[in-house]
Each structure stands twice: as C-alpha cells, then as structure tokens.
Ligand binder design. Structure first.
Ligand code: KMH
Ligand code: ZN
Length: 277
C-alpha cells in the first residue's frame, strides 16, 4: 500500500473509568502528555472527549478549550472533537467543542449518523438531531468524520449530502463491536467498505479485544485505524495499556509489519481532505 495510514488515538471517551484503568487521562495536562507520546508513537490525530476533574464525562466548551490548548502547546497532532459525548446528553451539550473558534478551533468533529443500541442503553441520533450537528460542523468550516456503528449509517451520509448539510466524498469511521450494534467481523468491515460513497476514506475502530486485530485488517486494505482507551484498555490479554501511547505503539508496529507507513498530521490533513471545506 502506498498511502500512509492515519492512526487516530481515541484517548478518553465517555465510558471508560479510572476504576477500570488508572492510565485513563482526565485533566488537560494528562491528556496533553499522553497525546505527545501518541504522536511520537505514530498517531496523526486524537479523537477527543473531556471529563470534569472528578472524571465524569463532559462536553464543556471550556474543558475542551483547555485540553486543546494544552495539546497544541506541545504537539502538532490533529484534534477531532466528539459531538457524540455520552449517552443521554442533549444536542447543545454534545456540541460544546463546536463553540471553539479562532486558534482553539478543532481540526475535525465526529458526526454519528443514526440511532443505535449502545450496550443496554440507546445512543440517540434521530435525523433532525444529526442534521443539526451536521450544520454546526459545516458552519465552523470543519469536515465531519461520519461515525458509523452499522451499515445504514454509511448510507445516511448520502442523504445528508443530498440535503446539502454535509459533503461527499467524506471520511468515515466504522465502529465495530459495540454490544447491540454491528459486530467486529471481517466480512462486516468489507461490507462497510463496499458501501462507501465513491472516493471516500475510512478508519476502523474495533471495540475491546477487536481493536488491535482490526488495525491489521485496515492495514491490509489500505485503510486507517483508531485505537485508544475509549474503546479498549488492554494491550494484550489481561494486560492494561499504560496509556493511549502504548496502544498506538502496538498499532504502529502491526501496521508497519503489514508494509504500511504512518501518516504525519500534515499528511493526514491532506488524505482526509480537511482543508477542502
Ligand atoms: N460515547 C458514545 C456514546 C463520538 O465520540 O462521536 C458516543 C461516541 C461517539 O463516543
Ligand atoms: Zn467518542
């Protein structure tokens, strides 16, 4: 494969807790320190959620601002803010990271394109809400990463493009292995890829034990991969990753073993067409 692989570090998430792993970064400084190491290990982008000081999931604009400033002070890694937040949050709360302009503006934002069971809960994304977030992303001059937990969510990006609230070709993230959603199977990944709008790029995020094997599947197919403590806390069976950087390092090793080079943030910006808004 001649195209460099973009590794994204989903560093914080909304569900992982300090009880599950003491290595979860929570404060802006902790996030920045791990982000620097992720960049050194081969990541080109971070997928960012933020937490209150006591570790609760948040989408607070000022917490995002502090994390983004801390990261940018120390590294050139691209920053993609979550607009998904945590299950149960309302749309205005979810869009906290989209209120950042000027030098604090993120490089990209996620856009989940449909409702899905999320464990025993529901990640609620009715069409009007999705359109609303899509418009906010566009108004900020950003490109979305379409977060697809099932294949119908890939098709939904086409509907958004028809309505003029998003642009295609786009960049997609296939999140595979969430209980209640599409499972992490190789044939499911292939079907997702086959379903993409012409010319689009993709990343795969395998959840739990699927995370690192799916880096290899992505590498073989010329795609990109997301790893990190949002989706998986183990670097090998029963062994906690000592930070997001350790999962990135393992992903980088596997990608290189498959013959891939790794994208720098500048290359990722081009590959994902972040400036073509
Ligand atoms: N925490 C999940 C319910 C995103 O970041 O855009 C949603 C999520 C998706 O993590
Ligand atoms: Zn997320």
């Amino acid at each position: 494969m001649s195209n460099p692989m973009v590794i994204t570090a989903a560093m914080v998430g909304a569900e992982t807790t300090r009880e599950q792993t003491p290595y979860l970064p929570i404060t802006a400084e902790e996030i920045a320190e791990d982000a620097v190491k992720c960049r050194e290990a081969g990541a080109a982008m971070v997928h960012l959620h933020v937490r209150t000081p006591d570790g609760k999931p948040s989408q607070d604009t000022e917490l995002f601002r502090a994390a983004i400033r801390a990261i940018r002070k120390r590294t050139d890694i691209l920053i993609q803010v979550s607009t998904g937040g945590a299950v149960g949050m309302g749309v205005d709360e979810r869009c906290g990271g989209l209120r950042l302009t000027g030098e604090d503006r993120p490089d990209m934002a996620t856009l989940t394109t449909g409702t899905v069971n999320f464990g025993d809960e529901v990640f609620w994304n009715p069409r009007p809400l999705v359109r609303d977030i899509a418009r906010r992303i566009k108004a900020l001059g950003l490109r979305p990463e379409f977060e697809c937990f099932d294949v119908g969510m890939v098709d939904e990006a086409r509907a958004l493009a028809k309505e003029g609230v998003a642009d295609l070709p786009g960049h997609f993230d296939f999140v595979l292995g969430v209980p209640g959603a599409l499972t992490a199977r190789e044939d499911a990944l292939d079907f997702m890829i086959k379903s993409l709008p012409e010319g689009s790029t993709w990343t795969v995020a395998g959840v739990g034990r699927h995370q690192l094997p799916f880096v290899e599947l992505a590498a073989e197919r010329g795609g990109n991969a997301r790893v990190g403590l949002e989706d998986n806390i183990y670097v090998s069976k029963g062994v906690l990753a000592k930070g997001n950087w350790e999962l990135v390092a393992e992903a980088a090793k596997r990608a290189k073993a498959k013959g891939r080079t790794l994208a720098t943030p500048q290359e990722a910006r081009k590959l994902l067409r972040l400036d073509a808004v």
